[in-house]
Design a protein around this ligand. Structure first.
Ligand code: A3P
Length: 318
């Protein structure tokens, strides 16, 4: 292939500079096609939109940040790769690699000008993104590949986000994070528009877009691992069920198991977009309802009300 003359950042510098701009804690945000993206996501997003060549058996894992990305990446990888890597095997890749190093961020690869890496992935490819559905390349939204989305109670997302951002900005106030979520000027926000973009796609094309909730994953992980495998075209066989393979995937990807791994302890940095983040930042508490320990009942009611109004009449609720 030809070597591009400019990096995406250089190539789309003017495009980025012309977009509305806001600051949110440590992030410079730019309003791109209706969503506040961290500025450094935009060039990779543009290239992704223009140059992504989907394969029919691709699986794109999508999520709003802090809603279960890491867990979904682990579960999907473990389920998809189970022939080559039996989930109970002591040498399983997820026991020595952080899930973010097993499933690549698509727009990050494009941002780095490294699309050859995507081309080199064996089929079926497993990739992920934090972009809303409406910003994905048209061939993807037109059903050109499979998409799995995970969402989460926005109140717990705020709490998780605050703890995450505090790893690089210790004095960040909870109130500031909460307010930015409420008015939508937060990375990949507004969160309700993000969730709705995938909800609508899943209603229109349930065979192509699987819509999951973090809370459902917690309640019955096994049932969702089965759904995930079936959706990816690789349902668990009777023999695999009898051998306990579903339970082995659940165990391999469980919060305690992953948090306890040497590779996911503090001090070891991830590759790519989160290289500044210690890996243990992705494994904090892993429960539903922690919002009650961080916000007043009034704050909870306010965010609930905003989200309820935005989702009204869509058939989706938290
Ligand atoms: P908390 O901060 O509430 O604990 P993301 O992966 O999208 O960044 O989301 C991070 C959230 O998912 C964190 O939530 C993290 O603890 C939780 N998480 C990470 N791995 C998990 C796992 N294996 N099981 C359950 N939750 C997990």
């Amino acid at each position: 292939g030809t070597v591009p003359e400019h990096t995406p950042k250089e190539e789309f510098g003017d495009l980025v500079a012309a977009l509305p701009r806001r600051q949110q804690s440590i992030l410079e945000l730019r309003l791109y096609q209706g969503f506040w993206l961290p500025e450094h996501w935009v060039p990779g997003t543009v290239v992704f939109q223009r140059r992504f060549a989907p394969r029919p058996d691709d699986v794109v894992l999508a999520s709003y940040p802090k809603c279960g990305t890491t867990w979904l990446k682990a579960l999907a990888f473990a389920a998809a790769a189970r022939a080559a890597h039996p989930p109970a095997a002591p040498g399983h890749p997820l026991r020595r690699l952080n899930p973010h190093d097993c499933v690549p961020f698509i727009d990050e690869i494009f941002a780095a000008g490294e699309e050859a890496k995507l081309d080199a992935l064996p089929s079926p490819r497993l990739m992920n993104t934090h972009l809303p559905c409406t910003l994905l390349p048209t061939p993807v939204t037109a059903g050109g590949c499979r998409v799995v989305y995970v969402c989460r109670d926005p109140k717990d997302m705020v709490v998780s986000l605050w703890h995450f951002l505090r790893r690089t900005k210790p004095d960040l106030s909870f109130d500031e994070t909460f307010e930015s979520v409420c008015d939508g000027t937060v990375a990949a926000g507004p969160v309700w528009d993000h969730v709705l973009s995938y909800w609508r796609a899943s209603v229109a094309r349930p065979d192509r877009v699987l819509f999951l909730k973090y809370e459902d994953l917690l309640r019955d992980t096994g049932a969702n691992v089965r759904r995930l495998a079936e959706f990816m075209g690789r349902p668990f066989t009777a023999a695999e069920e009898a051998a306990g393979d579903v339970a082995a995937v659940v165990e391999l990807c469980s919060f305690d198991e992953m948090k306890g791994l040497e590779v996911n302890k503090a001090g070891s940095g991830t590759a790519g977009r989160y290289r500044a983040m210690p890996r243990d930042a992705f494994f904090r508490k892993g429960v539903a309802g922690d919002w009650a320990n961080h916000m007043t009942p009034e704050m909870a009611a306010r965010l609930d009300r905003i989200v309820r109004e935005k989702l009204q009449g869509t058939g989706l609720a938290f």
